[in-house]
Ligand binder design. Structure first.
Ligand code: ZN
Length: 177
């Protein structure tokens, strides 16, 4: 157990060392001068869905909110509100993905424990739909719709463009809905 832990720690440390060599100028610039992300991305926590890689983005480019099933609750909406209202980032993308375990769990009857909060939201979003890819699209569209509703009549947030898309795990393509 202890060995496992130190092995993971050394992988993490090694990765961090390599990362620090990558783009020090941009890292230092954004640290000193602040962040100006050009898009807000809400996506799943799935380890295969990595927005910075999917969109070839750099440090400071994307304001990312990751949560299993790309569902929205107050914490997520608050994060988006901050990026839109305070960082003036006007483009919001809800990014679902094919093969989403959270969507499958919801379609299979829902999860237990804290997972149930997520699967309940997804079931709400998909209604009677039980085909996983269509359910995934409905789930992303539902989150986009909710955001539009929540942000309507909040002039302090400013004009925001809210879109939904699906990332295809196998091809790496992002399909706009
Ligand atoms: Zn997922």
């Amino acid at each position: 157990m202890t060995e496992d832990r130190s092995e993971i720690r050394s992988r993490l440390c090694g990765g961090n060392e390599r990362f620090r060599l990558l783009d020090p100028a941009r890292r230092i610039d954004t640290a000193r001068n602040g962040q100006h992300p050009w898009a807000i991305v809400v996506c799943c926590s799935d380890s295969r869905v990595i927005p910075e890689k999917i969109f070839s983005a750099e440090i400071g480019d994307l304001f990312v909110i990751r949560v299993a099933g790309n569902v929205l609750d107050n914490h997520q909406i608050g994060s988006i509100e901050y990026a839109a209202g305070h960082l003036h980032c006007a483009h919001i993308l809800i990014l679902g993905h094919t093969g989403c375990g959270a969507v499958s769990a919801a379609l299979g009857g829902g999860g237990e424990g804290f997972i149930k909060y997520i699967t309940d939201d997804i079931l709400d979003a998909v209604g009677e739909e039980r085909e996983p890819d269509r359910a995934c699209r409905l789930n992303a569209l539902h989150a986009a719709e909710r955001l539009r509703r929540e942000f309507a009549g909040h002039p302090e947030i400013g004009e925001v463009q809210i879109e939904a898309a699906v990332y295809v795990l196998e091809s790496g393509e992002v399909v706009w809905l």
